[in-house]
Ligand binder design. Structure first.
Ligand code: DX5
Ligand code: ZN
Length: 234
């Protein structure tokens, strides 16, 4: 059963959405000492109301960084842009299950050599993700409604996080479970205890005086939460 499986590697993925877009490469350098992943939020003004960045910015950042670019595509037509993002330097792409055509998009990402991610909005049920668990490397459970940084963590998503973790563990699938939205050194604890192992954090990293220290504090809180679950022995 799930409890006997090894704990997946914990990591924090700072989201540059909360950085100063006037000096993005500096923002990437700021967190590089503390992490191997960078979360890149792509928004198209259709799937979400906001518009952020596209392949040219990823391409520019790629020349400044060797971090893993975890590219979150909050866009209506990701199939049209997967290859441009791959060519620009994205390492993994995550598409939303709500846009449909999921199996074909997963196959397209795989063929392009991208790490394959599938995201679900807070009100999208586990049943919508479950058929695709064998096709993906990462499941992203949104803990806010996508579109903007700085929103409050929605704890109601955590039972779904647990369902995803238990399902991939039971199936022996090496799938990362990522949470995104409202993650800080406090909310990360229950997310980690629910089985998440990748923690996206924007404002809790770039909104702090010392982003490296902020990443480390979130990591440490996650490690401690997994080592000593709430209610268990300390
Ligand atoms: C929201 C984005 C998140 C966002 C998280 O639509 O997908 O990645 O940057 O920002 P915080 O950590 O501030 O909630
Ligand atoms: Zn994101």
């Amino acid at each position: 059963m799930p409890a006997t499986q090894p704990t997946p590697e914990l990591r924090v993925a700072p989201s540059i959405l909360s950085a100063d877009f006037g000096c993005l490469s500096d923002a990437v350098d700021q967190v590089a000492p503390a992490t191997e992943w960078l979360h890149v939020d792509v928004m198209d003004g259709h799937f979400v109301p906001n518009i952020t960045i596209g392949p040219p910015v990823v391409s520019s950042l790629r020349r400044h960084s060797e971090l893993f670019f975890d590219t979150h595509l909050m866009i209506t037509d990701p199939g049209r842009y997967l290859e441009p993002f791959r060519d620009a330097g994205s390492d993994g792409c995550t598409v939303h299950v709500e846009v449909g055509d999921t199996a074909a998009l997963c196959a397209q990402m795989r063929d392009l050599g991208l790490r394959v991610g599938l995201a679900a909005n807070p009100d999208t049920p586990f049943a919508d993700i479950e058929p695709f668990l064998g096709l993906v490397d990462l499941v992203l459970c949104m803990t806010v409604f996508p579109g903007f940084g700085g929103q409050s963590f929605i704890a109601d998503v955590l039972p779904k996080v647990r369902q995803v973790r238990d399902a991939v563990t039971a199936a022996g699938l090496p799938v990362d479970v990522e949470v995104d939205g409202g993650i800080d050194e406090h909310t990360v604890e229950e997310a980690a205890r629910s089985g998440a192992n990748v923690f996206v954090a924007g404002s809790a990293v770039y909104g702090r005086d010392d982003p490296v220290e902020a990443v480390r504090a979130i990591m440490e809180a996650a490690r401690e939460a997994v080592a000593a679950p709430a209610g268990g022995p300390s």
